[in-house]
Design a protein around this ligand. Structure first.
Ligand code: ATP
Ligand code: ZN
Ligand code: MG
Length: 504
C-alpha cells in the first residue's frame, strides 16, 4: 500500500527567505523522528517521508509519501503542528490551514473490485494494483475519510475472498442424534391442517390458535426456565428504528437490502390528503404515484434486530456499579426483514416474533452471563423439547466489519449460533441445519456506539435472540404436529391444543 500526497500549508503571513533553514530542519526532524514515532521497528520502511518541499509567499508546499504507517495524511497533520510551532516561536507566523493538491493511494489487489466511492475522483486497475485519486480537503482529512476508504476497500477484497457474511464456523457442541418419526416439511403440514395461512404481505403468516398456543408455551418455558430464574426484567423497546440508532449500533453499515423502510406523511393536514382520499373513493384503487409525492424520505425502518432500540435508554449515561450486571429482555413486537427469494416456510419470514435478551456488565460478568444462558438453553433443548441440535461459534458480518474481534482483544467476544437438524431437508451431514437462535457477546460495541460508561473499568454487553418461528420450525420438523407424539414434558405444559377453526 502506498500513499502519495501533495499539499500546501497556508501561513498567516509570508515566510521570510531566511526561514528556509528552519523549514529544512523541520522537514528533517519530521522524516527522522516525528513520522517514525509509534511505528513498529520492522515497519520503519513504511513510515511517511517528505520527499519534496518548497516555500513560496505564505505557502509551504510538501509532497509526502508513505506505506501503511505513519500514513501520509496523518504525517501531514503531525507536520502541520510541528512546523506551526517552529514558525510561531521564531517569526510569529501561524498555519492557517492547508489544501490537498493531489492524493493518490495504491493498493495491491488480486482481482479488480468495484469502486464508486465518494471523494474518489478516479480509480484504475492495472497489474494487480488499484490506484485511487482522492479529492479531499482539510475537513475530510480530519474526519479520517482516506482511512475509511482504505478500510472499505480491504473489506471488499476480503468479501471477494471469503464471500458470504459468515467468516468462520466452529462446532462447539452437538446433541446425540434423535430418531424422528416425521420427515415432512412442517410448513406444508401446518398449511394442510389449516393451523396457519399466508398473510397478505410478503413472508408473513397468520398463526391460528394451535400454533399460537405452541408459541406461547415456548414463551412460558423461556420465562420460567431462563428469565425468572436468571433475574431478567422485561422492558419495551421501540419498534420503529430511526437512522440515528442504526448509525450507532453499526447496522447502518450494511442492512439496506433487508430493511422495511418507514416514511412519514409530509403533513397530517387532511386537506393535503384530500385528493388521495377522493381518488380512492371514486376508483377503489390506491393512487401510489400521488402518495409517493406526499410522503417524506424514510426516517429509518421497522425493527430489524431488537436490541439497538434499547440503547438510547443508556445513551450518555454512567452506570452505577451497583446496577451491574443489567439484565433485561423485550418481546413487545415483531421484527421485519426483507428476505431473499427463499421465503417459503415459517422459518424464514419477513415478519417474525422474537424474544431478545440483553445483558450489560464488566467483560467477566458478560461472559459469565453468556455461559449461564447457554446452560439454561441446553436444559430446555435437551430435557423439555428433546431436540437434535448443535452449537457453533461464528463471526457475524457486523463483528467482522467493525473489526470487533480484534478490538475487543479477547476471543470471548463473538456469537454462538444454535442450529437444529431438519429431517425433511435430507441427511444430517449434507443438509442445511436451521439457525434458531443465538447468544452473542458483543464486547464494547454497543457501550462505545451509544457512549455508555460505568464507574470503573470496561463495559461490555451481550444479547440473545430467541426466534419463535425458528423454534417452532425446528420442533415441528423433528416432532411432527401430533401432540400425542411430542416429548412428554412439553406436551404436559401444553396440556391441550385449542380446537382451531373449521372451514367448510
Ligand atoms: P439467517 O442467517 O438464518 O438469515 P441471521 O444471521 O440473519 O439468520 P440474526 O441476525 O442472527 O439471524 O438474528 C437473530 C435471530 O433472529 C435468529 O437466530 C433467528 O431466530 C431470528 N431470525 C432472523 N431472521 C429471521 C427470519 N427471516 N425469520 C424468522 N426468524 C429470523
Ligand atoms: Zn441483539
Ligand atoms: Mg438473515
Amino acid at each position: 500500500m502506498e500513499f502519495d500526497l501533495t499539499a500546501h500549508l497556508k501561513f498567516s503571513n509570508d515566510l521570510p527567505l531566511e526561514a528556509d533553514s528552519e523549514l529544512q530542519k523541520a522537514v528533517d526532524d519530521a522524516n527522522d523522528a516525528l513520522f517514525i514515532k509509534g511505528v513498529p521497528r520492522d515497519s520503519i520502511k513504511e513510515a511517511a517521508r517528505i520527499i519534496e518541499w518548497h516555500a513560496h509567499a505564505n505557502e509551504l508546499c510538501v509532497r509526502i509519501v508513505s506505506g501503511r504507517y505513519t500514513r501520509a495524511h496523518d504525517a501531514l497533520l503531525r507536520f502541520k503542528k510541528a512546523v506551526g510551532t517552529t514558525m510561531g516561536t521564531k517569526y510569529r507566523i501561524g498555519v492557517r490551514g492547508y489544501e490537498i493538491d493531489e492524493f493518490t493511494i495504491k493498493i495491491e489487489v488480486e482481482t479488480p473490485v468495484r469502486i464508486e466511492l465518494p471523494f474518489v475522483k478516479q480509480a484504475s486497475y492495472e497489474d494487480k494494483l488499484l490506484t485511487l485519486q482522492l479529492s479531499v480537503g482539510e475537513q475530510e482529512i480530519e474526519k479520517k475519510i482516506p482511512d475509511r476508504i482504505v478500510n472499505l476497500i480491504e473489506e471488499k477484497i476480503e468479501h471477494q475472498l471469503y464471500g458470504t457474511k459468515v467468516e468462520n464456523w466452529d462446532l462447539i457442541w452437538e446433541s446425540p442424534q434423535k430418531e424422528s418419526h416425521f420427515r415432512r416439511d412442517p410448513t406444508q403440514e401446518l398449511q394442510e391442517r389449516q393451523w396457519i395461512k399466508h398473510g397478505v404481505s410478503r413472508g408473513q403468516w397468520i398463526f391460528g390458535p394451535q400454533v399460537t398456543k405452541v408459541f406461547n408455551t415456548f414463551e412460558e418455558i423461556i420465562e420460567k426456565e431462563i428469565l425468572a430464574r436468571l433475574g431478567y426484567s422485561e422492558m419495551i423497546f421501540p419498534k420503529m428504528v430511526p437512522w440515528e440508532v442504526w448509525k450507532r449500533s453499526g447496522h447502518a453499515r450494511g442492512i439496506y437490502p433487508e430493511i422495511y423502510y418507514v416514511s412519514p406523511p409530509k403533513t397530517r393536514d387532511p386537506e393535503y390528503w384530500e385528493d388521495v382520499i377522493d381518488y380512492y373513493k371514486v376508483t377503489n384503487e390506491i393512487p401510489l404515484e400521488l402518495i409517493r409525492q406526499k410522503i417524506d424520505d424514510p426516517i429509518g425502518g421497522m425493527c430489524y434486530a431488537q436490541c439497538p432500540s434499547f440503547w438510547p435508554f443508556m445513551q450518555g449515561e454512567t452506570i452505577s456499579l451497583e446496577s451491574l450486571p443489567i439484565k433485561v429482555f423485550d418481546r413487545s413486537g415483531t421484527s421485519h426483514r426483507y428476505e431473499s427469494g427463499g421465503i417459503h416456510g415459517i422459518e424464514r419470514v419477513d415478519e417474525f416474533h422474537r424474544i431478545e435478551i440483553v445483558w450489560i456488565g464488566s467483560p467477566e460478568q458478560v461472559n459469565k452471563e453468556a455461559h449461564k444462558l447457554e446452560k439454561r438453553y441446553a436444559r430446555i433443548f435437551n430435557d423439555i423439547l428433546d431436540l437434535e441440535w448443535r452449537m457453533a461459534r461464528v463471526t457475524p458480518w457486523f463483528m467482522a466489519q467493525e473489526g470487533l474481534i480484534e478490538a475487543a482483544g479477547d476471543r470471548s467476544a463473538g456469537t454462538i449460533d444454535y442450529e437444529a437438524y431438519l429431517p425433511y431437508r435430507g441427511e444430517r451431514t449434507d443438509s442445511q441445519w436451521l439457525e434458531f437462535q443465538n447468544v452473542s457477546v458483543n464486547g464494547d460495541k454497543y457501550p462505545r456506539g451509544f457512549n455508555v460508561k460505568t464507574q470503573k473499568g470496561d463495559l461490555w454487553s451481550g444479547c440473545s435472540g430467541i426466534g419463535l418461528e425458528r423454534w417452532a420450525a425446528a420442533f415441528f420438523a423433528q416432532k411432527g404436529l401430533d401432540i400425542e407424539l411430542w416429548p412428554q414434558k412439553f406436551a404436559k405444559r401444553i396440556k391441550k391444543l385449542p380446537e382451531g377453526i373449521k372451514f367448510l
